[in-house]
Structure formats: structure tokens, C-alpha cells
Design a binder for this molecule. Structure first.
Ligand code: NAD
Length: 409
């Protein structure tokens, strides 16, 4: 099958297996080029197949030599569609990890469900005994509550008053004005139910009850604060409310984990191009300007550079830098530098469709977006036939074991 990108709005409906594999390989190469991390041994990554979660899994394995279990929700290929990029990423990750003798197993299913939590607990019990690091990196538009069956959908809206501002259609190269009406109370509550901390707490409580957390357990979830320019739609909007709940959950979990000398913390990460951030109005334009400035300064980072710093300089540093006044780890420090933000503020009002390419790195934004799906990757021949049916090795093993169990009765 010849696989080409098919863009629909802010998603791409196809993914290229070899391209995704190459992007994973590049991230592994980056981590291996840096100093080793005196880090965790047994790691669970929830949301492990793309973006910040994938970078966390790669860093834990190739930076610290850890065993990893990755949980994600991805689609395998069928007769009509390619697999999702997270599927191809995870297949490649497992292959590279196994080639170097690292333990890596994956669980594909709804992390919000109790069933997936049970399966994960079983795998930890059988293979690892306990885990000493849990990364919580889910980004989802929807959650089915495991106790009530209620389905919550999140929205990306301002709170209190409508928001009008600039946004871009990056693929058309157009700057446009958008107005987004404020969320109602139900939409706010639903967004908190999806992207807040309830599910994270359920994971930690359940694994603690099952005795699967090691002494000194660390658990980290990811957040974003961003500059004033995006506050109406992000920090002060519905997603910001969910992130406040995530922070309150971190503080609660931190107290609960004291008995294990453990900790729960939020790392505030930089804005990067992922499937999650592409869906947020205003943010792609902000990222396009940010990229241009940070590339000029030589401080540009993607997920892997950020997460390597998180592990090496903060989580597992002998003398980690101080957390901020609210207890957050800040790896968005380079993005939030005053001179970077000042430059963005001065460019922002001047950006139009006509000067978009000149004033911003919209090309870099689009390029990164294509790479999320395995396209625009150097060295891949996109005219060549490629097999979309790629297996994730550990999922095959689990399936075979289940078939044997079923056959045994
Ligand atoms: P992403 O879309 O790249 O990854 C999301 C992951 O969650 C994938 O592995 C996906 O399979 C998994 N997932 C989604 N629904 C699931 C479900 N029901 N069950 C199991 N797995 C599921 O997202 P990302 O941008 O890496 O975001 C991860 C975290 O980082 C989020 O909390 C986000 O707010 C935060 N963050 C993102 C940015 C950014 O700019 N992208 C910046 C700072 C913080």
C-alpha cells in the first residue's frame, strides 16, 4: 500500500509505519547521546504511545535502562485504514527496546476503565513486582466513568466571557479571527471529569491497594500554563480548570504517598506540536511564533529534549532545582523566559496571512505535525509500497496466552 498523508481539519487520518519508526529511532538516538540517568527501575507510563508519554517511555528505557509497561489506546490497521501513529510508534519502540535487551510490554485499551487497570496490575505483579515511577500522560477528548458508565466530553472553551482572537489554519497558511463562546457549568465539569485528576487518583489508589507501589514511588502528571496570550483559552479556560484539579490531585496524592516515602508532582511542560495541542484554538499560531524565536536562540525543544531534562535535571538529579512557589516542576522555563515572551507579544499583532511565513515558523509547525504521523521524515520513500499491518510484539504474546487459557478452559 502507498501511504500518503490525508489531513482532515487538525488531524491526519493516515500514518506511515516506517516514518513513525524512524521518528522513534531519532528520539532514542537523542537520549543515547546524552549522559545516562541514575533513574527508575520499573516504570508504568499511562498514555505511552505519542507525545510526552512516548518521550517518557523512551527516556526511562534508553536513558535509565528501566523496564517499562506502556498503556495506550490506539487502532491497528484494517483493510480500509492504516493503524494510528501511536500504534506504529509502540511497535517500533518495543522492537528497538527488545533489540537492546530491555523489557517492554504494552496494554492497548481504555485507561479510564477498571478492566485496563486490572490488566496492568496483573502484569506488574507477574513481571515486575512493583513500580517505582508512574507517568500519567493521557490526553483524551472523552472519558467513560468506570463506576457510573456516564460519558464525559471535554471542550476547549473560555470561562465567563467569550474569547475573540487570532488563530491559524496552518495547512492553508491562513490567519483568521475566531470567537469562542464561553463554556457552561456542565461543560466545565465535564472537562474536569476527563482531563482532571480523578482517573490518576484511581490508578494510584488501586495500585497502592494491590501493593504494587515500591518504596520511594514517584508519580508525575503533565500540565501547561503558558503566557497571558493563551490564558483565556488555556489556563483560565475549561482545560485550565481541569489542570487545576490535576494539581490539587497531585497535592492529595503526595500526602497519601508519604507512607511509602513517595511523591506526586506535576511537571509543567513546554508547548509542543502533538495531536492534543493541534486541537486547541490559538495555540498553533502561538507555537509557530514560539518555534521561530526559540530556533533563532538555539533553545528549541521537542518532547524528547523536555522529558530528558525532566528526568536528568529534576526527578533523578542529585540536587534538583527548586520547584516554583506552587510546587510545580518547571521545564517550560525556556519557553517562559521574559525575552522570548516579549518577542512573541511584539510579533503577535502584526501577523497576517500575507506575512505568516515571514514572521512565524508555520512551516516548522506543519513539518512537525506531519512527522507525528510518520510523514516528511528524511530517508523514507513515500512512493514505495509499504505494509500497514504491523504487529506490536507484546500484544501478540498476551493474545496467544489468552487463547491458550481459553483453550484450557
Ligand atoms: P498525545 O495526544 O500525544 O498523547 C496522548 C496519549 O494518551 C496517547 O498515548 C494516547 O494513546 C493516550 N490515550 C488517550 N486516551 C486514552 C484512553 N482512553 N486510554 C488509554 N490511553 C489513552 O498528548 P500530549 O500532548 O503528549 O499530552 C500528554 C499530557 O501532556 C497531557 O496532560 C497534556 O495536557 C500535557 N501537555 C501537553 C503539551 C503540548 O503542548 N502538547 C504541553 C504541556 C503539557
Amino acid at each position: 500500500m502507498i501511504i500518503q498523508p490525508k489531513i482532515r481539519g487538525f488531524i491526519c487520518t493516515t500514518a506511515h509505519p516506517e516514518g513513525c519508526s524512524r521518528v522513534v529511532e531519532e528520539q532514542i538516538r537523542f537520549v543515547k547521546s546524552r549522559s545516562p540517568i541514575n533513574g527508575p527501575r520499573n516504570v508504568l507510563v499511562i498514555g505511552a504511545s505519542t507525545g510526552y508519554g512516548l518521550a517518557s517511555r523512551i527516556t526511562a528505557t534508553f536513558g535509565a535502562g528501566a523496564k517499562t509497561i506502556g498503556v495506550f489506546f490506539e487502532k491497528e490497521a484494517d483493510e480500509k485504514r492504516t493503524a494510528s501513529p501511536g500504534w506504529y510508534n509502540s511497535a517500533a519502540f518495543e522492537r528497538f527496546a527488545q533489540e537492546e535487551g530491555y523489557y517492554a510490554k504494552s496494554i492497548n485499551g481504555d485507561a479510564f476503565s477498571h478492566e485496563i487497570k486490572e490488566q496492568t496490575a496483573q502484569l506488574i505483579r507477574n513481571d515486575l513486582g512493583t513500580v517505582d515511577l508512574i507517568i500519567y500522560s493521557l490526553a483524551s477528548p472523552r472519558r467513560t466513568h468506570p463506576l457510573t458508565g456516564q460519558v464525559f466530553s471535554s471542550v476547549l472553551k473560555p470561562i465567563g466571557k467569550s474569547f475573540s482572537g487570532k488563530s491559524i489554519d496552518a495547512f492553508r497558511g491562513e490567519v483568521k479571527d475566531v470567537t469562542i463562546e464561553p463554556a457552561n457549568e456542565e461543560e466545565i465539569a465535564n472537562t474536569v471529569a476527563v482531563m482532571g485528576g480523578e482517573d490518576w487518583e484511581m490508578w494510584i489508589d488501586y495500585l497502592a491497594e494491590e501493593g504494587l507501589l515500591a518504596e520511594g514511588i514517584k508519580t508525575v502528571a503533565y500540565s501547561y500554563l503558558g503566557p497571558v496570550l493563551t490564558h483565556a483559552i488555556y489556563k483560565d479556560g475549561t482545560i485550565g480548570k481541569a489542570k487545576e484539579h490535576l494539581k490539587a490531585t497531585a497535592d492529595k496524592l503526595d500526602r497519601k504517598l508519604q507512607s511509602l516515602r513517595g511523591e506526586a508532582v506535576i511537571s509543567v511542560d513546554k508547548a509542543v506540536v502533538t495531536q492534543a495541542s493541534a486541537a486547541i484554538p490559538v495555540v498553533p499560531l502561538y507555537i509557530s511564533i514560539l518555534f521561530r524565536i526559540m530556533k533563532e536562540q538555539g533553545t528549541h525543544e521537542g518532547c524528547i529534549e523536555q522529558i530528558y531534562r525532566l528526568f536528568h535535571d529534576h526527578l533523578y538529579a542529585s540536587q534538583p532545582p527548586a520547584r516554583d512557589g506552587e510546587g510545580y516542576i518547571r521545564i517550560d522555563d525556556l519557553e517562559m523566559k521574559a525575552d522570548v515572551q516579549q518577542q512573541i507579544m511584539s510579533v503577535w499583532p502584526a501577523v497576517t496571512t500575507e506575512n505568516l511565513e515571514e514572521l512565524t515558523d508555520v512551516k516548522g509547525y506543519c513539518d512537525e505535525f506531519y512527522r507525528l504521523f510518520g510523514f516528511n521524515v528524511q530517508g523514507i520513500n513515500y512512493e514505495k509500497d509499504t505494509d500497514p499491518f504491523v504487529r506490536i510484539p507484546s500484544l501478540d504474546v498476551e493474545q496467544n496466552m489468552n487463547q491458550v487459557k481459553d483453550a484450557q478452559g
